[in-house]
Design a protein around this ligand. Sequence first.
Ligand SMILES: C[S@@+](CC[C@H](N)C(=O)[O-])C[C@H]1O[C@@H](n2cnc3c(N)ncnc32)[C@H](O)[C@@H]1O
Length: 275
Amino acid sequence: MIKEIKRLICDTVLDARTKLTPGEITSSVARQSGTDRKTVKLAIKDLVSLGELTYTYVYGTSFLERSFDRPVRISKRIVLKPPEKKYLPKPGEVIVNIAGGAAFGNGAHPTTCLALRAMDVVLGGDLCLLGRSHLSGLDVGTGSGILAIALAKLGVEKVVGIDIDPCALSEATHNVSLNGRGCQVMISKTPLERLAGCFSVIVANLAYPTLRRLSPHLSKRMEKGGVLILSGFKEPVAGDLGRTCAEQGLRLIGEETDRQWACLVLRKCGNMVWG
Ligand SMILES: C[S@@+](CC[C@H](N)C(=O)[O-])C[C@H]1O[C@@H](n2cnc3c(N)ncnc32)[C@H](O)[C@@H]1O
């Protein structure tokens, strides 16, 4: 029973689109499991002492989140870690330093993980992207900058990360600086609709209505043969989003799901222009 409660607590934390307070998690899990709040609180305490979850504090409010206080492997090559923690990378591993903050994107959310895993596959040679010179990347809704930084670390030479939230822009800029001089990422507040140029790889972890609305602009900013990774929406709307993208000349080449969240990988029709 306690194992099931702990699993529910972790699922509640990982599935949330926003940070949740310990009180919100306790109420939700007690309601779902029919357990008293005291038992749920004890299970939370245990998960914190085991290092699975951690308390975070933003503007005087405490939240309960998955602990990223240590290096965490997200995909075959990508390992996330706090900048102050030491980690000796194994051959081929890509280390992304992300400081804790208020912006979305510490790696805990399934939508971020799905996008990171898709990027690892796309840039790992399976889709013949890596190995070609002069790849460029765009991260729409960069938040903490996590996906933009990972793109750069995976070998994309020029990366731009954009966001509409000034707090995210500042945190992303800071996180880029924590990843060394080799991390060529420009953080910008320019809206997608006003952005110039075309990109080899675009990643966007955004809410479904935003992705739908932005789909013509995303397609417009893609090089022919380029790849678009979409995350941030639930499985039931994945088909509709895929059809919307097809109307923009994008062909579905991959799909992954994690706890009812979905991620689409699409390719812009036409011959590749890079090489
Ligand atoms: C779900 S978070 C994704 C953060 C990070 N990329 C990740 O994958 O963890 C979405 C981010 O998109 C930003 N955003 C929302 N609408 C946007 C838009 N139209 N253009 C650019 N950024 C947007 C939000 O401010 C937020 O930082």
